[in-house]
Design a protein around this ligand. Structure first.
Ligand SMILES: Cc1cc2nc3c(=O)[nH]c(=O)nc-3n(C[C@H](O)[C@H](O)[C@H](O)COP(=O)(O)OP(=O)(O)OC[C@H]3O[C@@H](n4cnc5c(N)ncnc54)[C@H](O)[C@@H]3O)c2cc1C
Length: 326
């Protein structure tokens, strides 16, 4: 947004969504109203990846509290976007899986859990495992799609019925070098119109190659995931161009990941509760059902929605079982 308060000729060219002419109380009030509205939209799009009206206020407060505050959630330095993993974040899961060895079974989607006083039986298409306990470490909406015998309580089922995944498409554009830095640009951009809501400089430390990462959030992700790959790419590159100039629209490589389309994930960054759901069913989120325990980042109390939260939730669910055993 730009406020123009004098008539001198300006050589500099700038771009803005809205120009307010007149820096008196009226103009300033108009600008402040728009800025607040956009800040709210930015917060909800980028942190929750969902529209404000679809979120429970309690959920928003819980989520902010679990990370330590709005500033921490939004910040790059010292906040949620502070670091990148050299080689990718999947290495954390791969390293833990490496420690566990053959105990990790891949390509065995679980469909049914039988549970009773003596133990549990877990079924996939090709396997049945008998155990004393089970930890369901899935997003609540996916946990709700499993078949439980006997069926879970109505309240627990209503919790998972009301726990949609947010929606996000992530895009990486690769360039020979981070050319935007040479132009004095940080690589950080936020925008309300257009498909992309946020862009960050995701280049490795040595700047080779240059990488911009962009996100399509919430309803926009749902809308654009229904378009053809060509239409989506054209729109997204158009946004990159608007933010960083024509060079940004011609990456050497364009990589896109729609988390909505992943059948065992179904969205991101995380599941959320709509208005009323915490009060009506929230108590069920972490409460074990007999020998069934619940993990997953949505059940974390610290950094819920993030990798740290996923780790905390897994350790908490394991400690429930260890406590019962002693
Ligand atoms: C685009 C994007 C960017 C993100 N960026 C960050 C970030 O910068 N920092 C951060 O901390 N967090 C980030 N997150 C969030 C982070 O990825 C999650 O919080 C974390 O991975 C959740 O871990 P989880 O174990 O709870 O769930 P998941 O990682 O979803 O693990 C559940 C697993 O269960 C499997 N599964 C599903 N159904 C079944 C079934 N029926 N049977 C067997 N297995 C099944 C799934 O395939 C999956 O492997 C991001 C998420 C997204 C989508």
């Amino acid at each position: 947004m730009a406020i123009l308060n004098d008539t001198r000729f300006q050589k500099e060219t700038r771009q803005a969504e809205v120009v307010v002419i007149g820096g008196g109380l009226a103009g300033l009030s108009a600008a402040r109203t728009l800025a607040r509205e956009w800040l709210t939209a930015f917060l909800f799009e980028n942190v929750f990846s969902a529209a404000p009206q679809s979120l429970s206020l309690l959920h928003v407060l819980f989520y902010i509290h679990s990370s330590g505050g709005v500033q921490t959630l939004l910040a790059t330095t010292g906040g949620a976007q502070d670091r990148r993993f050299r080689g990718g974040a999947q290495q954390v899961a791969l390293a833990i899986a490496g420690e566990l060895g053959t105990r990790v079974m891949l390509n065995q989607p679980v469909s049914t859990i039988n549970h009773h006083q003596q133990g549990v039986e877990i079924y996939s298409d090709r396997l049945m495992v008998k155990a004393q306990h089970v930890i369901v470490a899935l997003a609540p909406t996916l946990a709700g799609r499993l078949r439980y015998q006997p069926a879970l309580s109505g309240r627990r089922d209503h919790l998972t019925q009301q726990f949609p995944m947010a929606a996000v498409i992530k895009v990486h554009c690769i360039y020979d070098r981070p050319f935007w830095r040479e132009e004095g640009l940080s690589g950080l951009a936020i925008g309300i119109p257009g498909a992309l809501s946020a862009v960050l400089d995701n280049s490795p430390e040595d700047g080779s190659p240059g990488v911009l990462v962009g996100f399509v959030h919430g309803d926009k992700a749902l809308k654009w995931s229904a378009k053809s790959a060509e239409e989506r790419r054209a729109e997204i590159l158009n946004c990159f161009t608007r933010f960083f100039g024509p060079r940004a629209g011609q990456p050497e490589e364009y990589l896109e990941q729609s988390w909505i389309e992943e059948p065992f994930i179904r969205g991101g960054y995380v599941g959320y509760l709509p208005p009323g759901a915490w009060i009506s069913c929230g108590e069920e989120l972490r409460k074990p059902v007999g020998r069934i325990h619940w993990a997953g980042t949505e059940t974390a109390t610290v950094w819920s929605g993030y990798m740290d939260g996923a780790v905390q939730s897994g350790e908490r669910a394991a400690s429930e079982i260890l406590a019962e055993a002693h």
